[in-house]
Design a binder for this molecule. Structure first.
Ligand SMILES: [Zn+2]
Length: 359
């Protein structure tokens, strides 16, 4: 049996509250959380889950471009789709692997990617992630949905066969996710009628749609920086995050197109906090919740797989923080991550702390 333990101020519960504890991990599973009176100057934060990415567009990173949502990212003729079609599998593999590596460095233990390019596109992302300590949830299209975790449907407005795809996914027990409400509210009802596992954006969801989403228990992934950069919002009114939270919608966080936005969740929540004034504990909970529909839950609690980051705050101005959860959200202290403890594919991957019994 492999047993390790980690002491520090761990962010526990919902909402997240820092508590001085030792976390005992046996064979990758959190076996015990013991209260302590004194702990080292470390914060232990659940690992991030990036709930919406398009990592293939790393190949088009920060390309000089102007245009609206349609001309840049809408299939099949948007700029990114033309660039993807011209990129070799080798280039896409290297590009996606480099983005996944940077996500790991930023404390992210898993992500949900809308993968273009059919079944071949899915296999390129699977190869890109090989042996990396980060769990991909891959949502394919154009045949990719049949060989991945499920379907990532670009708006019901764009894809005429979406109903057929949804019924195949439900029959096969795979996930269904839709982009919905990104530029206006007109594609939300069609997506909702399919009872999806996940909606992406909800930027222009109307109050009755928010209520319907909450009633159906469907999580919504917000991607604030992408929304601002693509010009589908210019104020804190969209996406209506506060209304979503008030109605009880489970909000998750995604970074969307790697073409425009670094897939860095700490930067995303810092931006979201500044613009939307979402309480830090709620925002950090959204960024670390995982994806229940895919069986991913990063909460630090007994019985869960260990998935957390350890931040060394000694020798840093963070030691003056009165609210560690707020400081993680507002200050993106990625440079303070001294160890990642991720349980991936039934293996505990710990870097770079050693494997001694006490840390
Ligand atoms: Zn997207």
């Amino acid at each position: 049996m492999d047993e390790r333990s980690y002491s520090g101020m761990a962010f526990l519960g919902d909402p997240l509250i820092p508590s001085p504890v030792t976390i005992v991990v046996r064979d990758g599973i959190i076996a015990k959380i013991e209260d302590e009176s004194n702990v080292p100057s470390r914060w232990i934060c659940p690992a991030f889950f990036n709930a919406h990415t398009h990592l293939a567009d790393t190949v088009a990173m920060d390309i000089t471009c102007t245009g609206d949502l349609e001309s840049l990212v809408t299939p099949p003729h948007g700029l990114k789709h033309r660039i993807l079609a011209e990129s070799s599998p080798e280039l896409l593999t290297i590009a996606m692997r480099s983005s996944v590596t940077s996500m790991i460095q930023g404390g992210t233990a898993g992500f949900a990617d809308f993968r273009e390019g059919g079944a071949a596109g899915v296999s390129i992302l699977q190869n890109a992630c090989r042996d990396l300590p980060c769990r991909p949830v891959i949502l394919g299209r154009e045949g990719g949905e049949a060989v991945s975790d499920g379907a990532g449907i670009s708006s019901a407005r764009d894809i005429s066969s979406y109903a057929e795809v949804v019924s195949r996914m439900k029959r096969d027990g795979r996930l269904v996710a839709f982009h919905a409400g990104e530029k206006d509210s007109s594609d939300i009802d069609a997506a909702l009628a399919c009872e999806p596992d996940l909606l992406i954006h909800g930027t222009h969801a109307a109050p009755h749609q928010i209520r319907a989403i909450a009633d159906a228990g469907i999580p919504v992934v917000i991607c604030p920086r992408s929304n601002f950069l693509l010009g589908v919002t210019c104020s804190a009114d969209h996406p209506p995050v506060r209304e979503m939270l008030e109605q009880g919608v489970r909000v998750l966080i995604g970074t969307d197109n790697a073409m425009f936005v670094q897939p860095d969740i700490m930067q995303e929540i810092s931006f979201a906090h500044t613009v939307y004034r979402i309480p830090p504990a709620e925002l950090l909970g959204s960024a670390t919740a995982g994806l229940e529909a895919a069986g991913v839950n990063h909460s630090i609690r007994e019985g869960n797989p260990a998935n957390f980051n350890i931040l060394d705050i000694s020798d840093s101005n963070l030691q003056f923080s009165h609210d560690p959860v707020a400081s993680v959200v507002k200050r993106s202290p990625v440079d303070r991550i001294c160890a990642r403890v991720f349980y991936i594919e039934s293996k505990l991957i710990e870097q770079p702390l050693g494997g001694g019994p006490h840390v």
